[in-house]
Write a protein that binds this ligand. Structure first.
Ligand SMILES: [Zn+2]
Ligand SMILES: [Zn+2]
Length: 425
């Protein structure tokens, strides 16, 4: 393990629960717990975060209405903002945003809040803080694969729905309306089909996808190659897809939704974790239909671009950048490394923050230096004019006497006026 200077964090570095497991926490849950650790309401915390990043805070917009755990740029942005403020990495793993270039959003978000009462009860029995699982926010998941029961959506005490986290104060596991423990609910037994879906999605959530945006089309082509010898029409009719839908994936950048991927996984006998990792080389269909005995020719995997980045190497590069003579900004670093700024905060948090802090100190010092230079130059100009016998001189005259670069300095006129005032009185 390496250590780098970690600048003090603005918010508590609260560890997220269950990253890398099917029971990973949702970002909604994380924000509720983070707010609690600061003795704030979740609403106050999210408003504060928005304000901190210079975004407008809309009083009518409740925090839980935001897409926090979903598959969107919004959820990715929230994860990176919180990573920046807490110094905790990988918070995008508490959302579906890592899959947003692979999985279409229709049918992805559930219509009401669900939970597994057994998970919550177990958290409490084992002395852990109850938390909300990301899997509960994935609509096709309707059961808990661990406890083999259906998810529930009504409070066992007040019988209301949507009482899991839709309030400004949220204690995960407790009803936002009556305060009753949501783990007290009774749950029905799960069916094998539903259990398979929950297990498959759980495995997907446990592993960040590695197929990039560019790798999606080759992956879909591989799927059709393996499952229908590359024949689109056959693929569509055999597995119950519309032909236009499949054509949209192939020709117009369309994304299969999660149900479609699950259908592929079920019939193809392959986990979504493996598909999205691009691990399709050894993929063998469970029962070989006769058509598949035909030689597939060239490797169907060719062209799948893995987006697995070597973060150890990137971190090493960032640490080198911490030693450059002229401090560089996080945006410059991102550009040099070909990695997004958000991802630097998410995956190499300590280094990114150290770099940002070093650059902002440098900027401040640089500003002070150029201010002093400007001050000296203005005093010089004023002295020249006064010694030439000019009594009156305007800020505009001073500005005109400056060289071109100095004229462009920020707030140059207010500096000139301020210096003139102190110099002429
Ligand atoms: Zn459970
Ligand atoms: Zn209730």
């Amino acid at each position: 393990m390496h250590r780098t200077p970690n600048p003090r964090t603005t918010l508590h570095a609260l560890p997220p629960i269950g990253i890398g497991t099917p029971e990973v926490e949702s970002l909604t849950s994380y924000i509720a717990r983070l707010a609690h650790s600061h003795s704030m309401t979740a609403q106050k915390l999210t408003d504060w975060v928005l304000d901190h990043f210079g975004e407008e805070v809309c009083a009518k917009y409740a925090w839980h209405q935001r897409s926090l755990s979903g598959a969107s740029d919004q959820s990715e942005l929230w994860a990176s903002r919180l990573a920046e403020l807490t110094g905790v990495e990988n918070l995008d793993r508490l959302t579906l945003s890592p899959w947003q270039h692979l999985v279409g959003t229709p049918g992805l978000a559930p219509k009401s809040d669900r939970w597994c009462p057994c998970c919550l009860a177990e958290d409490r029995e084992e002395g852990r803080e109850p938390y909300l699982r990301l899997a509960w926010d994935v609509a096709p998941v309707t059961v808990c694969s661990k406890h083999r029961v259906e998810l529930v959506s009504t409070c066992p005490h007040c019988e209301r729905s949507n009482v899991r986290n839709r309030a400004s104060i949220v204690v995960p596991g407790y009803c936002t309306h009556c305060g009753g423990f949501l783990g007290d609910a009774q749950a029905e037994d799960a069916t094998p089909e539903r259990l398979w879906i929950a297990r498959t999605v759980g495995q997907m959530l446990a592993k960040a996808p590695q197929v990039s945006e560019e790798g999606r089309l080759p992956l879909i082509e591989t799927v059709i190659e393996r499952m229908a010898c590359g024949r689109m029409t056959q693929f569509a009719s055999r597995y119950g897809f519309s032909k236009s839908g499949v054509s949209h994936w192939l020709n117009n950048g369309g994304l299969p939704n999660l149900k479609a991927w699950l259908t592929i996984g079920l019939h193809g006998g392959i986990g979504l974790d493996r598909l999205f990792a691009g691990e399709v080389e050894d993929w063998v269909m469970p029962i070989d239909p006769p058509q598949l005995s035909i030689d597939l020719g060239s490797s169907p995997r060719a062209g799948i671009v893995s987006r697995e980045l070597d973060w150890e190497a990137i971190r090493a590069e960032l640490r080198k950048m911490l030693l450059t003579l002229t401090p560089i900004s996080i945006s410059e670093a991102a550009q040099q490394l070909g990695v997004g700024r958000k991802h630097l905060y998410l995956r190499a948090n300590a280094e990114a923050r150290a770099l940002a802090e070093r650059h902002s100190r440098y900027r401040a010092a640089q500003g002070e230096q150029s201010r002093q230079k400007l001050q000296a130059r203005i005093a010089e100009i004023l002295d020249e004019r006064l010694s030439d016998g000019y009594a009156g001189i305007s800020a505009r005259d001073v500005w005109e006497a400056l060289d071109e670069d100095t004229r462009k300095a920020p707030h140059v006129f207010s500096h000139i006026s301020e210096i003139m005032r102190s110099h002429l009185t």
